[in-house]
Design a protein around this ligand. Structure first.
Ligand code: NAP
Length: 312
């Protein structure tokens, strides 16, 4: 079948984004077709659009960007057992060139989760990529436990808002960095201490940290080694830690998110229980013009929480 989509036909700036009709692959036996109600923007979208990931993902054009979906199942593959037409779901689909800036997308059934009860499609679409990244950095790799101290850089960003809440929920002491204008929000989400990175050098005021979640790289990552204790761990989602600095701590690694429906369902259940929520700072329509504006905002590195694209 064909879907309306926002695509790129070559790498470049935001003005490469255009509306087009794209033929989707045939539905596999363990896949479902989803009618998209909302999707969200993540920095990988514009990094890929610019061509920075072309070696890692050597795809043909056109490329439908976007790897978050909230919507309704409209068709199921012949071997799908646990999902039905009409169910409201959300997902971080596999990373293929048939992304989610579209009216329809195909999702593997093991990557689906039920939309949290009471959540809007916008709130649900904000979660999968960013929420799963936070979950895997903190728990799968960072092994964060109750009573430990975690430093989460960029708490007000797309990944940060979920990381702060997930860390607080398991009983960690949560320290985060943000501009002053976002401090009240982060306290409300559960941060115990918020450092204004414009005026305070975190590495001069913190010590004995068990886990640093690095969402920034560069100097922020390098200075983070100064605040870790001897059993400390540093998990980056941006760049590989320096090998020499890594020798002074227990764990220092850079990770890539692995899509996972079961973990997403855990986050969905926390949302249903009111323990985790989305912070949708900005919404745009799912049109070429809307996506262009959304990318330009994301590229400033100062969006508040998540940027969501609504399929009206
Ligand atoms: N490896 C993976 O699998 C993976 C997965 C997801 C994301 N990522 C990467 O992780 C990074 C973060 O993603 P994201 O979606 O959270 O980005 P984002 O939403 O664009 O982050 C924006 C936030 O960063 C904050 N910020 C900017 N400079 C800062 C600084 N020096 N210190 C502290 N906070 C600062 C801003 O806060 P203020 O406005 O308060 O200044 C803003 O709230 C991106 O590079 C992305 O590509 C990697």
């Amino acid at each position: 079948m064909e879907t309306r989509a926002i695509v790129i036909e070559e790498y470049g700036h935001a003005d490469q984004l255009k509306e087009s009709n794209v033929a989707l692959p045939e539905l596999g036996e363990h896949q479902v077709l989803v009618k998209i109600k909302a999707t969200s923007v993540n920095p990988i979208d514009w990094k890929l659009r610019e061509g920075y990931l072309a070696q890692m993902m050597p795809w043909d054009f056109p490329i439908i960007l976007g790897w978050d979906v909230a919507g309704e199942i409209v068709e199921i593959g012949s071997a799908v057992k646990d999902w039905q037409v009409g169910q409201e779901i959300f997902s971080r689909p596999e990373t293929t060139r048939f992304g989610t800036y579209a009216d329809y997308t195909i999702v593997d059934d093991h990557l689906l989760a039920r939309k949290p009860e009471g959540a809007s499609f916008e709130d649900a679409a904000a979660v999968p990529l960013a929420g799963l990244t936070a979950y895997q950095a903190l728990f799968t790799h960072g092994k964060l436990k109750a009573g430990e101290k975690v430093l989460i850089h960029a708490g007000a960003g797309g990944v940060g808002i979920y990381a702060v809440q997930l860390a607080k929920n398991i009983g960690a002491t949560v320290i985060t960095t943000a501009s002053k204008k976002n401090h009240a929000l982060l306290k409300e989400l559960g941060a115990d201490q918020v450092i204004d990175y414009h005026t305070t050098d975190f590495s001069e005021v913190l010590e004995d940290i068990d886990l640093v979640f690095d969402t920034m790289g560069g100097d922020v990552q390098r200075d983070s080694f100064k605040v870790l204790n001897e059993n400390g761990r540093l998990i980056s989602i941006v760049s590989q830690p320096d090998e020499e600095l890594a020798k002074n701590v227990a764990v220092a690694e850079s990770i890539w998110l692995q899509p996972d429906g079961k973990q997403l369902q855990e986050i969905a259940d926390l949302m249903t229980e009111g323990k985790v929520k989305s912070v949708v700072g900005h919404t745009y329509p799912l049109t070429a013009e809307g996506v262009k504006k959304a990318h330009e905002l994301s590229e400033t590195h100062h969006a508040k929480g998540k940027i969501v694209l609504v399929n009206e």
